[in-house]
Structures are given as structure tokens and as C-alpha cells.
Design a protein around this ligand. Structure first.
Ligand code: SF4
Length: 195
């Protein structure tokens, strides 16, 4: 049997998969014999990460597990965590795009406010925004407070505002929001709890 590798190298030709099948142990061409030099040279895009941190996708209540790859102090990639019994390494399109939450050009770093009737958004500092929200809650609560039903039964509630939580909120945040809004007298309190 001629030395095919030597012949191939002499001619500067690649070793063809069929030759590797005939020559090596992978006669069916299902493993090493089918790997091309290009495949051998491919590197995972996460190979150069400095650290990997476990996390949970913030988008919906499924709670798929993630591996956050960090390079030079920045999030470089987000992948599904194969060790998770919930998602077993999978992420949907939203979960796969989580990196954009922290590194995307559309990320907002300021409170954005559009006044009633306004067409443009403007920046607000956080203290001003918090005061505006608090003022409106107090005012609405006073205007819409219900002590009792017409028959005299106690109500102690307001139907003037409620809370609609998103899936990006975690269990602890939902707990605090439920506590706050119940204490304020709100009745409509919803969330998409992440457990
Ligand atoms: S990866 Fe998709 S399904 Fe999983 S938690 Fe995120 S948004 Fe939900």
C-alpha cells in the first residue's frame, strides 16, 4: 500500500476524505476522516473569554439558563447553559440577543420622558422622575380612594392605578411590588413571575 499522506504532501494536495477513510480507523467517514483542515482550524468564538458567569435570561418566565462570557471586562458572548434542567443549553432568539441589553447601541442610560401631548422624548434626572411618579400616585390615590361600598361594607382600595409587571422582573422584585401596591390600596396587580 503506498504512503498516501506522503504522496499527498509531496504534491501539496489535501488528503482527501476517502483516502483518510481507507487509511485510518474511520472507514465509514463519520468522524475524523470527514474533518477538513478548515474544520480543524475553526475556533469557538467563546474560546478567548477571560471568564464565564452563570445567569438567567431576563426576558420571560421560562427562565432559561445562560453562560455569560466576559472578555476584557465586557460581555463578549451569551450562550445557553447545557447544564440547566430547564433549557438544556437552548435559548430562543430573544435569549440569544441578551448581549444587546448591556452592550447594544440602543441601550438607554437616562430616564426618558415624553410630556403629555409632546412629540419628542427628553432626558430627566432620576430624582425628578421619581418625584413625578410619587406625586401622581399620591394624587390619584386621594382622588380615587374608596372607603366603603354603597351598602357600607369596607373596601379600603383604589381602582385608580394598578401594577403590570413584565417578565424581566425577578421573584424578589415581584414580591416587593406586590407588597408596595397592596399597601397603597391597589387591586389590579399582575406579574409574570420568574421562579
Ligand atoms: S431564552 Fe427565550 S424562552 Fe428562554 S427565558 Fe429567554 S425569552 Fe424565555
Amino acid at each position: 500500500m503506498p504512503n498516501l499522506r506522503a504522496m499527498s504532501e509531496r504534491r501539496s494536495l489535501p488528503i482527501w476524505p476517502l483516502m483518510r477513510q481507507l487509511r485510518g480507523p474511520d472507514h465509514l467517514g463519520l468522524a475524523d476522516a470527514a474533518r477538513s483542515p478548515q474544520t480543524e482550524a475553526v475556533q469557538a468564538r467563546t474560546d478567548d473569554a477571560d471568564a464565564v458567569v452563570g445567569s438567567i435570561c431576563p426576558f420571560c418566565a421560562v427562565g432559561c439558563a445562560q453562560r455569560i462570557f466576559v472578555k476584557d471586562g465586557e460581555v463578549s458572548h451569551v450562550e445557553g447553559d447545557p447544564d440547566s434542567p430547564v433549557s438544556r443549553g437552548r435559548l430562543c432568539a430573544r435569549g440569544s440577543s441578551t448581549k444587546e441589553l448591556v452592550a447594544g447601541p440602543a441601550r438607554q442610560y437616562h430616564v426618558r420622558y415624553r410630556p403629555p401631548g409632546g412629540r419628542d422624548w427628553q432626558d430627566l434626572d432620576l430624582d425628578t422622575a421619581m418625584d413625578m411618579i410619587a406625586d401622581r400616585i399620591v394624587e390619584t390615590r386621594e382622588e380615587t380612594w374608596q372607603d366603603r361600598t354603597p351598602e357600607g361594607s369596607p373596601l379600603n382600595r383604589t381602582m385608580g392605578f394598578g401594577s403590570l409587571g413584565g417578565a424581566a422582573l425577578d421573584n424578589e422584585e415581584n414580591y416587593l411590588m406586590k407588597k408596595l401596591f397592596t399597601a397603597l390600596g391597589a387591586v389590579q396587580i399582575e406579574n409574570q413571575a420568574r421562579i
